[in-house]
Ligand binder design. Structure first.
Ligand code: EAX
Length: 309
């Protein structure tokens, strides 16, 4: 065998979620597909549950090149790519078909390209999911019920600004600290997609869930740009194709979680408010929305919000 045939490059990819979940299946499928497409020239090492760092640290590692790849929610992304803050506006997306259709469209490609000036290659969009609120104080039925609740938020300025309008006391922290913070009562609640809530057993330390669906939270495969640029065109295409296979596995898992999580968590004793008056929640953050229009531009918001898949 020639040395070239033996040469194998190891790349690492991590997630902050457990392996058995919608982030874990994404990187497992990515790894298998990349190894298949490159006939084993790339060896993908996968890390779960924040063992290589929380999401913000991981994005930073990818930017610096101390970590090759990460699969992350976009929660901490605005700290690196402020132009992507627009995606975090509450009630921007109607449903999964809207969010996925937009992210897979030319607009999605254009948004993905915004990572590049910051030293990061965005390989493919995927889902974290629609975010819902949990807490230990009272069932959230109307926006006024949120008043005074101390809630853990992502390290995301758009979320924090909007949640303040709800009357929430936002407490930003890395995801890896959330379970303990809920258990110890450092915060009253948190907000996350059903896939995240259930795979991290938050129902064990929370009493109430309301399907607020207040934010669609994307996920994204990120790679160090220099590393990507050093690849042959064929290998670049293999990384993108493998990320798309990972995204498909992720979305399939989100769909199956969405179908089962409410029933299984209710059976464990979580009290669930399934219906809210969406317009009332949107109206409650009217001031924050005015600020988002001023910050991001009405046209930029409208082309995402009004997108028809
Ligand atoms: O990536 O930080 C969060 O709440 C994220 O939704 C979670 O870590 C999934």
């Amino acid at each position: 065998m020639s040395t070239a045939a033996l040469a194998q490059q190891t790349v690492r990819i991590n997630v902050s979620m457990p392996q058995n979940g919608h982030h874990g299946v994404a990187i497992d499928a990515f790894a298998a597909e990349l190894e298949r497409l490159t006939e084993g020239r790339f060896d993908v090492e996968t890390f779960y549950a924040g063992s290589l760092g929380a999401e913000r640290e991981s994005i930073e590692g990818v930017q610096l090149g101390t970590l090759e790849l990460t699969f992350t929610s976009t929660g901490p992304v605005p700290n690196f790519v402020p132009e992507l803050r627009v995606l975090d506006i509450p009630y921007l997306f109607r449903d999964y078909a809207h969010a996925r259709g937009l992210l897979d469209s030319e607009i999605g490609d254009e948004l993905l390209a915004r990572f590049e000036p910051h030293g990061i290659k965005g390989l493919a969009w995927a889902d974290n999911g629609f975010r819902h609120m949990t807490n230990n104080v009272r069932p959230i039925v109307a926006p006024a019920d949120l008043n005074g609740l101390k809630m853990r938020t992502m390290e995301n300025s758009v979320h924090i600004a909007a949640y303040r309008e709800f009357g929430i006391l936002p407490t930003p922290m890395a995801f890896t600290e959330v379970f303990a913070a809920l258990q110890q009562g450092v915060v009253d609640g948190q907000e996350n997609p059903l896939s995240v809530i259930e795979s991290n057993n938050f129902q064990e330390v929370q009493n109430y869930l309301t399907l607020t669906g207040h934010v669609f939270s994307p996920c994204v495969f990120l790679m160090n740009l220099e590393l990507y640029n050093d690849l042959s065109e064929e290998d670049q295409a293999a990384f993108v194709a493998a990320a798309k296979v990972g995204a498909a596995a992720n979305r399939a898992r989100v769909d199956s979680d969405e179908a089962s999580a409410i029933g299984s968590m209710a059976a464990e004793g979580l009290q669930i408010v399934a219906e809210i008056d969406r317009d009332a929640f949107i109206a409650a953050i009217g001031k924050a929305n005015e600020q988002f229009v001023a910050d991001f531009g009405a046209e930029e918001i409208a082309r995402i919000r009004d997108f028809q898949p």
